[in-house]
Ligand binder design. Structure first.
Ligand SMILES: Cc1cc2nc3c(=O)[nH]c(=O)nc-3n(C[C@H](O)[C@H](O)[C@H](O)COP(=O)(O)OP(=O)(O)OC[C@H]3O[C@@H](n4cnc5c(N)ncnc54)[C@H](O)[C@@H]3O)c2cc1C
Length: 439
């Protein structure tokens, strides 16, 4: 069954992805639609209230998507092509709208659970994981700041029922990674709005079902006076202006486009982007991107472990001299995961407190998370490479680190660490060093 066919089935007692899942599980005898429901969804009884599926169920669905992603990862990388199979599987298993509240059809899943999905996918296929992470960053923004707005609530319902894939457009023209500055303005005509934007990077722009974009509030507004707008696919056209042939993250297909969109004023999120940026965009992006990079690093560490075990089998049980690099890789990977876990705990504790989220202290912490995790992720993959030596340097070995290294090298430049460090420097001056270890 195709996506279009699945979507045009009309009212039904079960979400379309269960039926669609028949195709996904087609090759496996033990995976009938009934066992799929039992394994991945709420009870089949239509009248029963649908409970929020438990973490085990989510883990199972994630595992299945990761398996599909891993199967196609090399081909996606080689061809710099969109990981259609994995994203189709994620849609089929209902992973796109997880964070939507139950009242709007979602499962009310936390950012921490989404981070675990990104981590698992990162081990399988970095491009799939980053696409999923970028999508969920936009979901986090729309869910947190759109609930209460009729247009956005409808959109969130559609996100869940149609399993929409949301793209992000923040990078524009000559502005590079300065997300808090927009060139193109929203133009108003009564209740109607339009936007023409030179979007120099929109990952999976051609494959997305909607785009969530920053824009200058109006023609007279300053570059930093921004709004966040949601445009479903029917509301915009994309004209490709820049191709995507990169070292890594090749499957994200992050080409440049001229984005031409029209819609209604209700599509603008009610709050200024300044608040969305601080409370949702940066925390979700930095935590979820970091989880993807931790996943890439985990895959590299596992390759190093495999190399060591093989060497020991072939060398009378002795560890090879490169073994300390494995220890280093494990240690930096542990530090990387600990940083993400701490940030998740901090965000969960402050989530409901807008002032605390906007405070200099949290903003510095969450900005620097990205700098620290990207550097630790690169360091971990490099240690894994040095552990495996030539075997890991080769592209044709089962312990090759090449793809992981190329993918993880995108992390310091995806919103450049230098830019973040320069931005945080001034505010860092204003906060004293903590007097306690946990403070
Ligand atoms: C895999 C991937 C996917 C992406 N997907 C998207 C997407 O879907 N949508 C989107 O909008 N964008 C996307 N981006 C773009 C991303 O958000 C940033 O805009 C982009 O990485 C910035 O690129 P840049 O290096 O050209 O620009 P800049 O950030 O301008 O950096 C250019 C250079 O200037 C230096 N520099 C800049 N500012 C400072 C400063 N203040 N102090 C010191 N040095 C500075 C940097 O060190 C760097 O060398 C993606 C990027 C990647 C890598």
């Amino acid at each position: 069954m195709t996506v279009a066919a699945a979507r045009s089935n009309g009212p039904r007692a079960e979400p379309f992805w269960y039926a669609w899942g028949r195709g996904l599980m087609g090759g496996r005898r033990d995976m009938t639609v009934h066992s799929l429901k039992r394994r991945v969804g709420p009870p089949a009884e239509p009248a029963a209230p649908e409970p929020r599926p438990g973490i085990d169920d989510l883990a199972h669905r994630t595992e299945r998507v990761a398996a599909v992603a891993a199967l196609h990862a090399d081909d996606v990388d080689r061809g710099a092509r969109f990981p259609l199979e994995a994203i189709t599987a994620a849609k089929a298993l209902g992973l796109m709208g997880l964070m939507a509240p139950a009242e709007l059809g979602g499962e009310g899943v936390s950012l921490g659970e989404i981070a675990d999905i990104c981590y698992s996918l990162g081990q399988a296929c970095a491009s799939t994981a980053m696409i999923y992470a970028m999508h969920q960053v936009k979901v986090a923004c729309v869910v947190r700041h759109g609930v209460g707005s009729a247009w956005h609530e409808n959109f969130i319902r559609r996100l869940v029922t149609d399993q929409l894939l949301l793209a992000s457009s923040t990078t524009e023209g000559s502005g590079g990674g300065n997300v808090r500055s927009s060139e193109a303005p929203i133009v108003y005509d009564g209740d109607r709005i339009s936007l023409v934007r030179e979007a120099s990077v929109i990952s999976y722009g051609a494959e997305a079902d909607a785009v969530v974009t920053t824009a200058r509030r109006d023609e007279g507004a300053a570059a930093s006076d921004q709004v966040l707008a949601v445009f479903p696919r029917a509301d915009y056209s994309l004209e490709r202006t820049i191709a995507w042939d990169t070292l890594g993250m090749r499957g994200t297909c992050s080409a440049g486009f001229t984005l031409r969109a029209t819609g209604e004023t209700g599509q603008l999120l009610p709050e200024p982007y300044e608040f969305i940026h601080a409370q949702s965009m940066v925390p979700a992006a930095h935590i979820l991107w970091s989880s993807v990079w931790a996943g890439i690093a985990a895959a590299a560490v596992e390759k190093a472990r495999k190399y060591l075990r093989k060497s020991m089998r072939g060398g009378a049980g002795d560890l090879p001299p490169s073994a300390p690099y494995f220890t280093r890789a494990k240690a930096s990977h542990r530090a990387l995961r600990a940083l993400i876990a701490t940030a998740l705990d901090r965000y969960a504790a402050l989530e409901a407190d807008r002032d605390a989220l906007m405070a200099l202290e949290f903003q510095s912490e969450i900005s620097l998370l990205k700098v620290d995790t990207s550097e630790l992720a690169v360091q971990t993959v490099m240690s894994a490479l040095r552990c495996g030596g030539l075997s890991s340097y080769r592209n044709d070995s089962d312990v090759s680190i090449g793809r992981h290294l190329r993918d993880v090298l995108s992390s310091p430049i995806m919103i450049n660490n230098d830019r973040i460090l320069a931005n945080v420097a001034a505010s860092a001056l204003l906060t004293e060093v903590s007097g306690t270890i946990r403070g």
